[in-house]
Design a protein around this ligand. Structure first.
Ligand code: ATP
Length: 458
């Protein structure tokens, strides 16, 4: 394998989409992928060993971005509501769960092999189901085979069938199997939700397009349990809420759409599913699915486990199985969409400026403190200011290179505010705060910096 520096390193993921030239804006894609490597957002995993297909490590800046995406989701879905409860269920899980959920039988993708160039493809994702996107030959595909996407392993020292375990391919089942626990241990009553953020694993046939489709990824999912007669109205509600979340966090409306599934795309139990889609450089693609799942999941788990997974309405003396509305989003995929939506280039005084116009809640660092000189008379009070700000904001500190280059570095990682500590600061006890997008500068008293930033980023 070529070393990552010799080829476009994200191409190691073997993307059929990126490789076959369907990308409508490959240049933008390249620029963003290279920026993420250069600035410590994302590294190819196991790079010193030549890389490991389709896995990525999030670097010092990327881990902040990803965490902010998950925190922003949690804030909207759990913290700011009173009706959604959090959960962190285990990743390793016994086969019974996946038997009940239908994943063992049905969580498959149709796999075809090209007999001419020996590449492997997902039939349902091909633009032309009769033409190999790699060698362009027609009629060279084998019959499709159902390929189960779950990673199977063995728990404990014995590799017999009794020890089989699976890495979860979605976080959702954790919420269904804990439905009764949550009801019994909280004041939850329908309509209410259970939310979870965490890793999922799928043995994808054609991972690719950088972190868009990987075998290990993070999801942000919520199951909202409602009275059957209210399911439709809650489905509409969650479609609107989830769409608005992306707008509120800075994705422009023209790059976002809500696409209801056609009848033939729906799972047999779903009475409605809509995808929030983003205009990626290769076209519209999914960020999140919102599904009206009926009572399928609770009924399946009740039947397989023998537990009653119902709601008992004491006042009406009625028992019923709640219906479920599920907004299921990908954290890693969404982080990538935020980067793509935020990327901008402009000319400033004859020089190109690259800037990530990220929403402040998503931006990795909120503020950077930059002393004009490395001399201790400036660096010491500047470091003290940075340390003070760290209690409230993720703060970067940088005293190397010329100030212009330091601004450029912060622009490239999307830091909304830069604070310059100069020699005058020693006299007037004030600093210059530069805003990323407008590059406007204001002088603010050092004592007021925290309240200034809090107000700007509330
Ligand atoms: P796709 O059709 O792209 O395979 P899906 O419809 O199977 O996705 P869901 O099962 O609905 O996806 O999962 C919910 C969300 O999880 C997706 O909208 C996506 O953001 C994210 N996701 C799913 N699979 C992957 C993956 N392999 N890599 C990264 N994110 C993923």
């Amino acid at each position: 394998m070529s070393s990552p520096s010799q080829v476009a390193w994200w191409a190691m993921s073997g993307s059929s989409d990126a490789a076959n030239g369907t990308s409508s804006s490959p240049e933008l894609f390249d620029k963003i992928v290279n920026l993420t490597k250069r600035r410590g957002f994302v590294y190819p995993s196991a790079e010193i060993y030549g890389g490991f297909r389709s896995t990525y490590d999030y670097g010092p800046v990327g881990v902040l971005l990803l965490r902010n995406v998950k925190d922003a989701w949690w804030r909207s879905m759990v913290q700011l509501r009173g009706d959604v409860f959090g959960l962190d269920a285990s990743i390793l899980s016994p086969p019974q769960i996946w038997e009940a959920s239908g994943h063992l039988a049905n969580f498959t993708d149709p796999l075809v092999d090209c007999t001419s160039c020996k590449t492997r493809h997902r039939l349902d994702k091909l633009e032309d189901p009769d033409q190999c996107p790699n060698c362009k030959e027609r009629g060279t595909f084998t019959e499709p085979r159902a390929f189960n996407l779950m990673f199977k392993t063995h728990a404990g020292p014995v590799e017999d069938s009794g020890a089989v375990a699976y890495l979860r391919p979605e976080t959702a089942q954790g919420m269904f199997i804990n439905f009764k626990n949550v009801i019994d241990t909280t004041r939850a009553k329908p309509p209410f939700g259970i939310a979870q953020v965490g890793k999922s694993f799928r043995n994808e046939i054609t991972p690719g397009n950088f972190v868009f489709r990987t075998r290990e990824f993070e999801q942000m999912e919520m199951e909202y349990f409602v009275h059957p007669s209210e399911a439709n109205q809650w489905y509409e509600y969650w479609c609107a809420e989830r769409f608005q979340w992306y707008l509120d966090h800075g994705i422009p409306a023209e790059k976002l759409r809500l696409r209801p599934h056609d009848e033939d795309e729906l799972s047999h139990y779903s009475s409605g599913t809509s995808d929030v889609e983003f205009m990626f450089p290769w076209g519209w693609d999914e960020l999140e699915g919102i599904a009206n799942r009926g009572n399928y999941d609770l009924t399946q788990h009740a039947n397989h486990s023998g537990e009653r997974l119902e709601w008992y309405d004491q006042a009406a003396n009625e028992r019923w199985t709640p219906h479920v509305i599920e907004p299921a989003a990908g954290a890693t995929r969404t982080a990538m969409a935020f980067l793509m939506a935020a990327y901008d280039e402009e000319e400033v005084r004859g020089e190109k400026r690259v800037v990530l116009r990220l929403h402040h809640r998503i931006a990795p660092y909120k503020v950077a403190v930059l002393p004009l000189s490395k001399k201790p008379e400036l660096s010491e009070p500047a470091q003290a200011l940075a340390q003070r700000l760290r209690g409230r904001f993720m703060t970067d500190y940088d005293e190397t290179q010329a100030i212009g280059r330091r601004y450029r570095r912060q622009d490239e990682i999307g830091t909304p505010y830069c604070i310059t500590f100069d020699f005058e600061s020693l006299e007037d006890n004030a600093v210059t705060i530069r805003e990323r997008d407008s590059m406007d500068q204001v002088r603010v008293a050092i004592d007021e910096v925290e309240s200034y930033l809090s107000e700007k980023m509330s």
